[in-house]
Design a protein around this ligand. Sequence first.
Ligand code: PEP
Ligand code: MG
Length: 556
Amino acid sequence: MERLTGAGVSPGAGYGPAYLLGGTIPEPPAGSRHDGDPVGETARAEAAVDRVAAELSARGEAVGGDAHDVLAAQAMIARDPVLSAEIAELIDAGTAAERAVYEAFSRYHDMLAEIGGYIGQRVSDLDDLRDRVIAQLTGVPMPGLPEPAERPYVLVARDLAPADTVLLTKELVAAFVTEQGGPTSHTAILARAMGVPAVVACAGATSIVNGTPVLVDGTTGMVGLVPSEEEVAASIEAANARGSALASATGPGRTADGHPVALLANVGGPRDLAAALEYGAEGVGLYRTEFLFFDREQAPSDEEQEAAYREVLAAFPGAPVVVRVLDAGADKPLGFLPPTGDEPNPALGERGLRILRIFPDVMMGQLRALARAAEGTSARLQVMAPMVASAEEAGWFAGACRAAGITSAGIMIEIPAAALRAADLAPAVDFFSIGTNDLAQYVFAADREVGALTPYQDPWQPVLLDLVATAASAGVPCGVCGEAASDPALACVLAGLGVTSLSMGAPALPWVRATLARHTLDQCRAAAAAARATSTAEAARAAARSHLPGLEDLAL
Ligand code: PEP
Ligand code: MG
């Protein structure tokens, strides 16, 4: 079979026909003219608009809920008579239908953007609509998720935005392959949460022809085109065999000599709970609440929030549940929490706690909804803020938590300034949770969403281990909830650095549990010291391995 190679970021083997996420639609060339039949051309444009509106309405009916309202509103905008009049006028003047659609939507876009506020925030919907109508007219694939008849299929994309993925399930998708993205991109996080194999940073992925049978190995990063039946069977059998070796590790996280390291799950909402429980999570270490609200233009109601939070808290009686307040901005934009202005570098802009300080009412609403949700459950609610840089910010957030009746307030350590001065921040809070994904992004000034920069995201970089060591020795309990925690060998190193809990996508829990159980705390400490004594990620990995003999038993 022909092979492509990328970075395996979610283990296991997946097989199915490949389908490409519709890409960007090129702008129809300025000045394109039709062949002199304005009536026919207008009818063609109208038919395309109608088709797009009808498809959106039908999809909304099928999904129901909030998605229905969003799609119905989009269909209504597409049918706006102001837009059709504008398109017809341009076509009358000789412009080809595709270009007329492009120009009419652009004018409408500018008009809405100028109005600003809630209406202004709808402009990205308008761009999506425009692209759909142009795709319809030009016969190129529609932007957005493919809808093939065969399921599950292998979803191939240049990259996946969280908004593309909210509707995906394991039944629908056998594996993910993306050309961009690194091990901490949201494709990787989502895939691990779903337990679906994934390969990212895979050059040439988007040239796979739709419908091609593809075998994806999310451990090795191999993407095989048109594999034989034997190749598929062998690959799936090997993945299953390793799976059953792991099933034997049960119970709470401990080293071989009984040092406890709580093993927690990262969840994006109630839909991830079944996997967290199935894989034996001892609680939740990171509840990414913004995942609940990606499709919203307005803040969700207090009642809706409370219900979603209560569902997660109720699933873990007596256990810790660490909830992160909304981490909006950059790679996780939320329509109802926009930054104040244009941001040339969104990852360095207003995101996380910085945005919440602009919208304190939204944050207080969320904190109160969390406090109410915890009443009547025995879960131990802990709440933390993302993107905290200073002791002043940490203190401000902890004060807000206390005002809302939350007794355990923490912060994420994901900015180098906070890690280096962790001892200054610690007195303000009850706990730390290290977000190694962003910490790597900021310590190397390397955008985590850019596939070409993947090597900088390698959590084995000794500088990252140094920062973890500093934060973990600042005097408050310190977990790791970035993707580093899901690498079994690195999990031992993190335990050796003094980290008290590890939180990860649920399917990684058995691997980490089994690996920790095979090593003593002293071995973990020796592995950590050896890794820190090197100067590259590769050397750190190799040095740590020499102190972790149990990795071999698990074929890791
Ligand atoms: C992190 O940055 O490591 C983290 C856990 O948060 P997120 O990936 O959601 O930014
Ligand atoms: Mg982060």
